[in-house]
Design a binder for this molecule. Structure first.
Ligand SMILES: Cc1cc2nc3c(=O)[nH]c(=O)nc-3n(C[C@H](O)[C@H](O)[C@H](O)COP(=O)(O)OP(=O)(O)OC[C@H]3O[C@@H](n4cnc5c(N)ncnc54)[C@H](O)[C@@H]3O)c2cc1C
Length: 385
């Protein structure tokens, strides 16, 4: 196959030749599926290999899945990428003609009095950049959302009306169907154990059953296992994986109208009659155990905190606890693009991968086929490791 990126002529030729570019993507989390979707839309031939039995059963299936840029205001390039991420979700919903997976409910956040200057600076920064963000008195938000928050009426609360949460299993299902309709292949229970090379060029991958698949490009979208895939091409990819706990509750007695971030507990709706709880301070207490019962001490801690905020939750039932491992490159920022000195080997590893999935899919899909690096990705290249 003649790789498209050797072609510098017009887009018609690019389109015709795209059909001959075969890309193997390792990992069917939201990142791998988003790249596969973007590539099949551009007529590339794509095979996604997933070692688990189903797609989105790794970190993507154990995520708070809040789409935002408001928590990323301390780095302009990262803020802009995440903002583009939010907009890419909105575009994707239109493209798919289906937005059942994208819950555009908005996000509210309040902090302790000593953290107010930081929250206020974040809101100022975001709104100066044109992002929908405001500080409003608690009473105004309580009245608008019919949410009885235990705060002084004048206490400032941040409100980000365009932020959303994603039903990841549903989106993964829709993407999987669409990728296959566009001619792509998704193979589950297929673990990659080697990447083959000829000189400095990637030629394919080998599965654990010794089957070899040829590829013009291989994408490492293996989430928290990405460093193992990188080792297959002799590359050190430093990750600092962090576990995070989510507790799902069944609740008849109350409906949450939006995502809620507080100093003690974060909550969001999780489909009809369900809420999802998370807090980073509880994550820091987790040990090595990755399977927790819904009544294990860290889960009880989440529940008690949520009940202190919303006493009606005393009647809720704890349904399921899930621990996900955040795939975080060592400096905390995404690692996206072709790795140095290895033609055809690309990486796409990031925290905030739910926010960033569709935008990274789009930008990396384009880069794989055209070899052009989008300016949004320039600060996040693999060559910094
Ligand atoms: C508690 C928690 C809360 C979070 N909250 C948010 C949030 O609010 N907003 C947000 O944007 N992000 C959030 N994140 C982060 C986000 O969930 C992740 O960044 C994202 O899911 C990463 O997706 P991924 O596709 O890279 O990884 P994964 O979903 O883990 O997918 C990687 C896949 O690769 C497969 N794989 C690995 N090795 C191989 C191999 N050798 N062969 C074949 N397949 C292989 C794995 O089985 C896995 O399915 C959160 C994460 C956690 C844990």
């Amino acid at each position: 196959a003649c790789p498209t990126w050797q072609n510098t002529k017009g887009s018609q030729i690019l389109r015709r030749r795209n059909a001959t570019v075969h890309v193997v993507i390792i990992g069917a989390g939201l990142i791998g599926l988003s790249i596969a979707y973007a590539l099949t839309r551009r007529n590339a031939s794509v095979t996604v290999l997933e070692r688990r039995k189903t797609a989105a059963a790794g970190t993507s299936g154990a995520s708070f899945a809040w789409v935002n840029a408001s928590a990323k205001t301390d780095n302009k390039a990262y803020f802009l990428l995440n903002w583009a991420g939010l907009q890419a979700h909105e575009r994707l919903a239109e493209e798919l003609g289906n937005d059942a997976w994208l819950h555009r409910v908005g996000n509210m956040e309040w902090v302790s009095p000593d953290s107010l200057p930081v929250l206020s600076a974040r809101v100022d920064y975001a709104s100066t950049m044109g992002y929908d963000a405001q500080l409003v008195p608690a009473a105004t938000l309580n009245a608008e959302l019919n949410l009885p928050l235990p705060l002084d009426p004048d206490y400032p609360v941040a409100w980000f009306p365009r932020e959303a949460w994603v039903d990841v299993p549903l989106l993964a299902q829709i993407l999987t169907t669409t990728i296959v309709q566009h001619g792509g292949t998704i193979r589950t229970a297929s673990q990659v154990n080697a990447i083959t090379q000829q000189g400095s060029r990637v030629t394919g991958v080998t599965l654990t059953d010794d089957q070899w698949l040829a590829a013009d490009a291989v994408v490492n979208a293996a989430g928290p296992d990405a460093h193992r895939i990188a080792q297959m091409v002799g590359r050190q990819l430093p990750l600092r994986p962090e576990p995070g706990l989510l507790l799902s509750l069944a609740v008849d007695s109350m409906e949450l109208p939006c995502i809620v971030h507080t100093p003690e507990i974060n909550l969001r709706p999780d489909g009809e009659g369900r809420l999802l709880l998370h807090h980073q301070s509880v994550d820091r207490t987790l040990g090595d155990e990755l399977d927790l019962a819904p009544d294990a001490p860290p889960c009880r801690e989440l529940r008690e905190r949520a009940q202190r905020l919303f006493p009606a939750l005393v009647a809720a039932t704890s349904l399921r606890a899930a621990i996900g491992i955040r795939p975080i490159p060592a400096d905390g920022y995404p690692c996206v693009g072709q790795a140095p000195e290895l033609d055809g080997y690309f990486e796409a590893i990031t925290h905030s991968g739910i926010t960033l999935g569709p935008v990274l899919g789009d930008l990396l899909g384009e880069e794989i086929l055209s070899r052009r690096v989008d300016p949004l990705l320039a600060p996040f290249r693999p060559n910094r490791f």
